[in-house]
Design a protein. Structure first.
Length: 255
């Protein structure tokens, strides 16, 4: 895989966060964190160079690039981390402001026709049959309409971390699925098995969150339901209209 393009962009976006969290989570002083980051960059480029190019329709390229970055940082640390603090480290390093925005944006499209069509197309692609660093999955919609899941029988992260001698740390990456689902705001992530723990497949289930409704508020005879962004926006617009009407009336009286 060429470094120019997504790998270079992901380093530019996340290297600073990965460096910062070395101090916050593992307690490395800033100078040591800086040295780890400096050593990680050439390792990252080397790892990227050993990965085949992904097909244009393969949606998992970002996943393997993120794995390469985490692997490069781990291999550059003076001490090999344990799974639990590494899980916290990876989640903090990845969940920057732009990533949270990306998750919210993706959440708005969850369960749409386009989203489901994309999942079905990914299942049909079976990219790992041609690239061992990609994924194979089967797609299942829940019969009760509560969501869907992808069942992965081939995982590029497992393949790469085995190659790097870091396979026992794979659960630290797997847990990010829960974090990103929560950041999206519309799904509850559910999982029973992972390939890394010896399961028959890795299931990524997304269940629709129950929509809670807040108390009602009446303004100018119109009903607004509190508890959601759109409701708050409508409430602000109604308040603005009333304020403009009040100022207009006040100006008229003065005239």
């Amino acid at each position: 895989m060429r470094y120019a393009g997504m790998p270079m962009g992901m380093w530019a976006l996340f290297a600073g966060s990965f460096r910062k969290q070395l101090t916050a989570v593992f307690g490395y002083d800033p100078e040591t964190a800086k040295a780890i980051t400096k050593a990680a960059k050439p390792r990252y480029k080397e790892i990227i160079a050993g990965i085949p190019e992904f097909e244009k329709a393969d949606r998992f390229k970002m996943n393997i690039v993120n794995c390469a970055m985490l692997g490069a940082f781990i291999l550059s640390m003076p001490r090999r981390p344990e799974v639990e603090p590494l899980t916290d480290y990876y989640a903090r390093a990845m969940m920057t402001g732009p990533m949270k925005w990306f998750c919210r944006k993706s959440g708005k499209n969850k369960f749409t026709e386009k989203d489901i069509a994309g999942m079905k197309a990914t299942a049909a692609l079976r990219a790992a049959d041609r690239n061992p660093y990609s994924w194979n999955m089967d797609f299942y919609e829940y019969p009760d309409g509560s969501g869907y899941e992808g069942r992965f029988t081939q995982c590029g992260i497992c393949t790469l971390l085995k190659k790097l001698g870091l396979y026992d740390l794979t659960p630290a990456m797997c847990h990010l699925d829960y974090t990103m689902s929560e950041a999206g705001g519309v799904t509850n992530f559910v999982r029973q098995y992972t390939l890394a723990s010896g399961g028959p497949y890795c299931d990524c289930g997304y269940k629709k969150k129950a929509q809670t409704r807040g108390p009602a508020l009446f303004i100018d005879g119109r009903k607004y339901r509190l508890g959601g962004f759109n409701a708050c926006r409508r409430w602000r617009r109604a308040s603005a209209r009333r304020w403009r009407a009040y100022r207009s009336l006040r100006g008229h009286r003065r005239g």
